[in-house]
Write a protein that binds this ligand. Structure first.
Ligand code: GLY
Ligand code: MN
Ligand code: MN
Length: 436
């Protein structure tokens, strides 16, 4: 748990933004794997960010205008019998003490107590979630207050997505958060470096996955997302997670694996020849993607519009692909009309934090989101020449020798006052580092 005052500071920052509103957060639901077997519980990121509380069936209310209680937690009561089956519960009394709530209640009193925290609020801040039943609960409370509004003249007159106020906060990582993110990055760096040594012809992809996840586990981390270990033509499938192919001598291996540590994530991709030697075509494509990634990372600095690093990567890639005769025509037109999309079909990055694809706006309508120190994003250009690739209209047929080559290189980059810091620089990516 990050220290106690950090969560308090976050709640205070949120309170300053919502003034007379009341914000409501619902814990993540318990996920069922099959029948009554449950996945490990993972708290909702917004909920965790504000409370540090890691149990299901909980609701957090933030009501800065309330005379007595500004932070209220509804939690599961202690229940020795249930705890024997499904684990420890903090309980109502201890939650108050441990999580710094002004008041705590058993979750089954939510409907009774919630109106007291809403009736003087001018707005409800709530993010409509996947739990329709809970969405309905909130709407029903709101409806009840609207009904009496003519008599009271107070109460919420609107619901606003709480993400609009909370997510800009989550986008800027605090020192404590960066500590966790560095740890998540370091663990993934170690895992990639360790696993690379095991990649050989005859091995199955899942064996490499096992080596990566072994290092995660040894360090108290879990996969941040299903690890992608994609050899040969599988490297052209963006979300390949079967990981069951036996590797062959001249394969490239694309590993996209990140660690989740104390709720924070890393996200790294490396692509390398398992034989220790690129084929000429693999090397050409690899060097092009690397050039695009390096040029894109150089654009990660305060004040630059978010999209600039993507635009830079695309320009480098398209220019290179024209030189290789894998694309033809005017570079600006290819970019504008996205005629490169059969070879590079995804964006060059995303915000990273409590979620792998973290919250935060990328672009304000027509206006850019300019990068600021404390933001963390991935930079992950690629080229994917599927074995059965079809060119887009007006573009060249792809020669057989290029087919089946997929390359992505992904690093996690922190925006700093001076420029940036690559948190995952410890995994080699230069050609001479990847070749024997
Ligand atoms: N591994 C997920 C991503 O790169 O976005
Ligand atoms: Mn990513
Ligand atoms: Mn990734």
């Amino acid at each position: 748990m990050t220290n106690y005052s950090e969560y308090q500071q976050r709640r205070e920052q949120l309170m300053a933004k919502i003034g007379n509103g009341t914000a409501i957060f619902r814990s993540a639901p318990m996920a069922v794997m099959h029948n009554d077997v449950e996945y490990a519980y993972r708290q909702d990121s917004d909920f965790f960010y504000l409370t540090g509380f890691n149990e299901p069936e909980a609701v957090a209310v933030i009501a800065p205008h309330h005379e007595e209680h500004k932070f209220i937690l509804f939690v599961r009561p202690k229940d020795p019998e249930k705890e024997t089956w499904s684990g420890y519960r903090t309980g109502v009394e201890a939650a108050k003490e441990l999580y710094g709530a002004d008041e705590t209640f058993p979750i089954n009193e939510l409907n009774e107590k919630l109106p007291g925290y809403l009736k003087k609020a001018d707005k409800i801040y709530y993010r409509l979630g996947r739990d329709r039943h809970f969405n309905d609960t909130i709407l029903r409370h709101w409806q009840n207050l609207i009904r009496v509004y003519p008599k009271t003249g107070t109460g919420p007159i609107a619901i606003q997505d709480v993400g609009t106020v909370l997510h800009p906060m989550r986008l800027l990582k605090s020192t404590a958060e960066l500590e966790q993110m560095r740890k998540a990055a370091d663990i993934a760096v170690d895992a990639h470096n360790y696993a690379m040594k095991f990649a050989k012809a005859g091995q199955f992809e899942y064996q490499i996955q096992a080596e990566i996840e072994y290092i995660f586990s040894r360090n108290g981390a879990t996969p941040a997302y299903p690890s992608i270990v994609a050899s040969g033509a599988n490297s052209c499938i963006l979300h390949y997670i079967e990981n069951n192919r036996q590797m062959q001598e001249n394969d490239l291996l694309l590993i996209d694996a990140g660690a989740a540590y104390n709720y924070y994530n890393s996200d790294i991709t490396r692509t390398f020849p398992i034989s220790g030697k690129f084929t000429p075509e693999q090397k050409i494509i690899y060097e092009l993607v690397l050039r695009a990634q390096q040029a894109a990372i150089a654009e990660v600095k305060p004040g630059n519009p978010y999209k600039q690093f993507h635009d830079t990567a695309v320009r480098v890639l398209v220019e290179g692909l024209i030189d290789l005769k894998l694309l033809k025509g005017n570079i600006d037109e290819i970019i504008e009309k996205e005629k490169y999309k059969h070879l590079y079909m995804h964006r060059t990055g995303h915000w990273l934090g409590l979620d792998v694809h973290d919250v935060g706006v990328y672009q304000w309508g027509e206006n850019p989101q300019n990068l600021q120190p404390g933001q963390v994003l991935t930079v992950e250009p690629g080229i994917y020449i599927g074995p059965n690739i079809k060119p887009v209209e007006g573009q060249p047929e792809v020669d057989e020798r290029w087919r089946g080559i997929g390359v992505r290189i992904e690093d996690d980059v922190l925006v700093t006052a001076e420029g940036n810091e690559v948190l995952t620089a410890g995994v080699p990516k230069l050609v001479e580092e990847l070749e024997d």
